[in-house]
Design a protein around this ligand. Structure first.
Ligand code: IVH
Length: 743
C-alpha cells in the first residue's frame, strides 16, 4: 500500500501493517511447508493475473487457474490451522485482495447508505416526450425555468445490461461492494467485484476529501468474455449461462468468488449514492468528467443534450450503432443534468422523476402462441410454459416463454393461437406481456385449460382456492423428484454443476438415483458412465475423450459440496416453504442442524419471517423418517452441515451469555483505540458474534469511539440516526464482561 497517499487522519480502518512484509520465521516446520506452498501459489496466480490484466492474454485454461486458486485456499487453510498468526496470513493474499479492513462476507447483506432506486421505462419517442414535458412543467412551476417551453439539458448514457453495484469507499479506501438487492439491503460481493481491475482498492487523490463515497455503477461482461467463459463452462460440462447478464450475476454472487468468470467482470460507474466530506459537482456531466479524471472507469459514449430533440437524435443513432458494441446494452438512460433539480423533481415510491430509461424496442417482438405445456416443479406446482413460433429477439431465437402461473394466464386472457408480445429483459426465460395490441382473433383460438392430470406421472392435479397454480399431489411423482434432485445440485444450492436435469434424468432411469444422498456414494466409474450416456444423448461430438476428465471433476465437485454451509444445504434439501432467505435465517438462528431438527413450531415462529405454515413445514419435514435417513446418509458420507452465519438467538451457542450484548449486533468503529489495534477489536467483536461494519446505518447497534474521534462522519451520522456511541473505556468493560461472563 502506498503510504504517501494515506489520508492525514488515520481511522481504525486504515490498514495497519505490522513490521516488515517478509514472513516471520516460525519454529513450526509443518507450517513452513505450507507457507512455502502459499508463497509459490500466490506468485503463480499473480503472474497469470498480471498477464491477463495488462496484456489480455491467458497462458493457462480457466479451469487450471481455478485449480491453482483452490490449491492456494487449501494451503492457506492448512497454514492457518498450524500457525494461525503466521505473517503470510495477514499480508495481502490474492484470495483476499480487498485488504485494508474491507468487509467481505460474501452473501451477507449490507444496508445501502442511500437507497438504490430503479428507473421507469419508456419504449417509444412519445413516452420520451411525455417525460420531458413532465420535467419542464415541474421545473417551471417550481420557478426554476422561465417558461415551461425552455429546453432542459439532459445527459444520455447507454444502459449497460449487467448488474447494478454499489461500491463503498471510506477515506478513499474500498470498504465493501454490494448488489442492489431489494434496494435497501444488498448482497456483499466485495470478493468477486474487487477482482475487477475497474474497482480500485484505493481511490485517487481526486477523491481524498470524501469521508464517505458510495459509487454506483454497472458490472457486466463483454461478449468476448461471455463467450470464452461459456465455452470453458461447456468444456467442464457445466451449464452455460443464457446471456452475459446472468453470467455476470452468477459470477458476482457465487460464494466461491474465484470461479473462472470472476476474473473478467467489467465495471463502469455512473452515479454517486451517499457522499460526505466534500461537495459533488453541480451537474451530472461534470460528475462523469470527475470520475474519468480521477481514474474511475466511465462509459464514454454519453452525450450532453440540449433539449429532448437532441436526446431523440442520440436514441435514433444508437438504435443501429448498438449492434456494433462489444458489450450488451439494452437501452438508454436519460438524466436531468443539473443535480439541484433532482431534489426539486424528487422521486416516486420506486424511481426518480429526474431520469428515465428508454428500452430499445427489439427487446420485444410479437409471435404466435402455439401451445402451452406444463412443467412440474419440486414442490409439485405446475408452471405453464408458452411454446412459441420461433422469433428473433435481442440476437437469440426465442421458442419458449414463461407464463408464470395459471393466474397470469387468466389475467392476460391469452389463448393458444393468439399473437402475443414477448419481452426479453435479461432474465433467463423471456416472458409474455400481453396479446399483441393489433391482433384480431380469428375464432380458432382455444382457451388454456388446467391439465386434467400431471404430465409427468398422470396423477391427480388440484387447484386450491387462493393458489396461483395447480399442483400435482403425488409425493412420488418422477417429475417432482427430478426437479428436487436438480434443485439440490443447482448453483445456489450444492453447486454440483455437472448434475444437471439431463444427468438427473439418466441417473434416475438407470436406477442409481432414488434418494439425493445416493450421489455421495457414486464411484468415479459410475460418473464416467453417466457422463458418457449424457454426452451421447446430447449428441456431443468428441465428448468421449472428455468423460474421464469430467468424471474426475464431478467427483471433486461432489467432494467440495460436502463443505457447503448449513444454509445452502437447508435450501438444497427443498424443505417446504424454505427458500434461500429462510434457509439463511434458520441457519443463523439455530446454528446447527441438530438444533433445528430438535426445535418446535413455537420456537420456529419466533424467527422473523417464519409463519405457522413454514414452521409446520419444517417440523414435519424433519419428522419424516425418509428425510432423516437421507440426512444420516449424507452425514455418514461426510457432508458437514456446518453453520457459517452468525447466530442471533441464544440457543446453546457458547457465545451467547447474558453478559454478551454484542451477539448478532452490528457495530461501527471510529477513531483510534488506545488499547488495541483495529483488527484486534474487530476480531474480538466477531468472535462474540457481532458484525463490524464500515458505515453507520439504521442497522447499527452502536458506534465505538476512540479517544481521538471528534466530529468524525461516523459520529455525526450516529448522532443524526440516534445510534448509541460507546467510548473506549465503556467498550473495554463490556468486551471483558462478554468474553469472561463468569468473572
Ligand atoms: S442510473 C435510480 N445509468 O439500469 C437508478 N443505470 O433499469 C440509477 N443501468 O438499476 C441508475 N446503465 O442497473 C443508470 N448508465 C446507466 C445505466 C444504468 C445500466 C441499469 C442499472 C439500473 C437499471 C435500471
Amino acid at each position: 500500500m502506498d503510504k504517501s497517499k494515506q489520508p492525514e487522519q488515520l481511522s481504525l480502518f486504515d490498514e495497519v501493517v505490522d513490521g516488515a512484509g517478509a514472513p516471520k520465521p516460525t519454529t513450526n516446520p509443518e507450517a513452513e511447508k505450507h507457507a512455502a506452498e502459499v508463497v509459490r501459489l500466490r506468485a503463480e496466480i499473480a503472474h497469470h493475473d498480471q498477464i491477463y490484466y495488462s496484456e489480455g492474454r491467458n497462458e493457462i485454461e480457466d479451469y487450471e487457474y481455478d485449480k491453482l486458486v483452490r490449491e492456494l485456499r487449501t494451503e492457506e487453510d492448512k497454514l492457518k490451522k498450524k500457525d494461525p498468526n503466521h505473517e503470510l496470513l495477514t499480508i495481502a493474499s490474492p484470495l483476499n485482495q480487498v485488504g485494508g479492513g474491507a468487509v467481505d462476507r460474501t452473501g451477507e447483506t449490507v444496508r445501502h447508505a442511500q437507497r438504490m432506486l430503479s428507473i421507469d421505462n419508456t419504449y417509444n419517442e412519445d413516452e420520451l416526450l411525455d417525460f420531458d414535458n413532465r420535467v419542464r412543467e415541474a421545473l417551471s412551476s417550481a420557478g426554476e425555468l422561465a417558461e415551461a417551453s425552455t429546453p432542459v439539458d439532459y445527459v444520455v448514457e447507454l444502459k449497460l445490461d449487467g448488474i447494478a453495484v454499489s461500491v463503498m469507499y471510506e477515506h478513499a479506501q474500498l470498504r465493501y461492494a454490494a448488489t442492489r438487492g431489494n434496494g435497501e439491503d444488498g448482497e456483499i460481493i466485495t470478493g468477486s467485484l474487487s477482482r475487477s481491475p475497474n474497482v480500485p482498492n484505493k481511490l485517487s487523490d481526486a477523491f481524498a476529501a470524501f469521508d464517505v463515497l458510495e459509487l454506483r455503477g454497472e458490472a457486466f461482461l463483454t461478449f468476448d468474455d461471455f463467450n470464452r467463459i461459456n465455452n470453458s463452462l461447456d468444456q467442464l460440462n457445466k451449464k452455460p449461462a443464457a446471456n452475459p447478464r446472468n453470467l455476470a450475476a452468477g459470477t458476482l454472487k457465487r460464494l466461491d468468488e474465484f470461479n473462472s468468470a470472476s476474473r473478467r467482470i467489467s465495471v463502469r460507474f455512473y452515479a454517486v449514492g451517499a457522499a460526505s466530506g466534500d461537495a459533488l459537482p453541480e451537474t451530472h456531466s461534470e460528475l462523469l468528467s470527475m470520475f474519468a479524471a480521477g481514474g474511475l472507469p466511465v462509459n464514454d459514449t454519453y452525450r450532453l443534450c440540449h433539449g429532448i430533440n437532441e436526446v431523440i437524435e442520440f436514441e435514433r443513432e444508437w438504435e443501429h450503432k448498438r449492434h456494433e458494441l462489444p458489450y450488451p446494452v439494452d437501452g438508454l438512460v436519460v438524466k436531468v443534468n443539473r443535480r439541484a433539480w433532482w431534489d426539486i423533481l424528487g422521486t416516486t415510491a420506486k424511481s426518480p422523476r429526474y431520469m428515465i430509461a428508454y428500452k430499445f424496442n427489439t427487446m420485444r417482438a410479437s409471435t404466435e402462441l402455439l401451445a402451452v405445456t406444463w412443467q412440474v416443479g419440486r414442490t409439485g406446482i405446475l408452471t405453464p410454459v408458452a411454446e412459441l413460433a420461433p422469433v428473433q429477439l435481442a440476437g437469440t431465437t426465442v421458442k419458449r416463454a414463461t407464463l408464470h402461473n395459471y393466474d397470469e394466464i387468466c389475467r392476460l386472457g391469452v389463448r393458444v393461437g393468439d399473437d402475443v408480445l414477448v419481452e426479453k429483459s435479461g432474465e433467463i426465460i423471456p416472458k409474455i406481456l400481453r396479446v399483441s395490441e393489433d391482433y384480431v382473433r380469428t375464432g380458432k383460438e382455444t382457451e388454456i385449460a388446467i391439465p386434467a392430470s400431471c404430465p409427468e406421472c398422470g396423477g391427480a392435479v388440484v387447484l386450491s382456492e387462493g393458489d396461483a397454480s395447480p399442483y400435482c399431489q403425488n409425493e412420488n411423482c418422477e417429475g417432482r423428484k427430478r426437479a428436487q434432485f436438480t434443485h439440490f445440485a443447482s448453483r445456489a444450492a450444492m453447486d454440483i454443476q455437472g448434475l444437471d436435469e439431463a444427468s438427473v434424468r439418466l441417473a434416475m432411469n438407470g436406477g442409481i438415483l432414488n434418494d439425493i444422498a445416493d450421489i455421495y456414494y457414486w464411484t468415479e466409474a459410475q460418473w464416467t458412465d453417466l457422463l458418457r450416456r449424457r454426452a451421447s444423448d446430447a449428441n456431443v461430438k468428441g465428448a468421449e475423450k472428455k468423460e474421464y476428465k469430467l468424471a474426475k471433476i464431478m467427483v471433486d465437485e461432489v467432494e467440495e459440496s460436502k463443505a457447503a454451509p448449513l444454509h445452502r444445504v437447508l435450501f438444497a434439501l427443498g424443505i417446504p416453504q424454505v427458500g434461500a432467505t429462510t434457509a439463511r435465517d434458520l441457519a443463523r438462528t439455530f446454528g446447527s442442524l441438530e438444533n433445528l431438527m430438535a426445535t418446535t413450531t413455537e420456537d420456529l415462529e419466533k424467527v422473523d419471517g417464519v409463519g405457522s405454515v413454514t414452521a409446520r413445514g419444517v417440523v414435519d419435514y424433519f419428522a419424516d423418517e425418509a428425510h432423516r435417513k437421507t440426512i444420516d446418509r449424507m452425514r455418514a458420507a461426510g457432508v458437514r452441515f456446518e453453520n457459517t452465519l452468525i447466530t442471533i438467538v441464544a440457543g446453546d451457542d457458547p457465545k451467547a451469555n447474558e453478559n454478551n450484548p454484542f451477539i448478532g449486533r452490528t457495530l461501527v468503529l471510529t477513531g483510534t483505540l488506545s488499547s488495541m489495534k483495529r483488527d484486534e477489536a474487530k476480531n474480538r467483536l466477531e468472535a462474540l458474534g457481532a458484525t463490524v461494519s464500515g458505515s453507520v446505518s439504521a442497522k447499527t447497534w452502536a458506534v465505538v469511539a476512540g479517544p481521538d474521534a471528534v466530529g468524525t462522519t461516523k459520529l455525526k451520522t450516529a448522532a443524526a440516526k440516534g445510534v448509541q456511541i460507546i467510548q473506549e473505556e465503556e467498550f473495554l468493560r463490556l468486551l471483558a464482561a462478554a468474553e469472561d461472563p463468569i468473572a
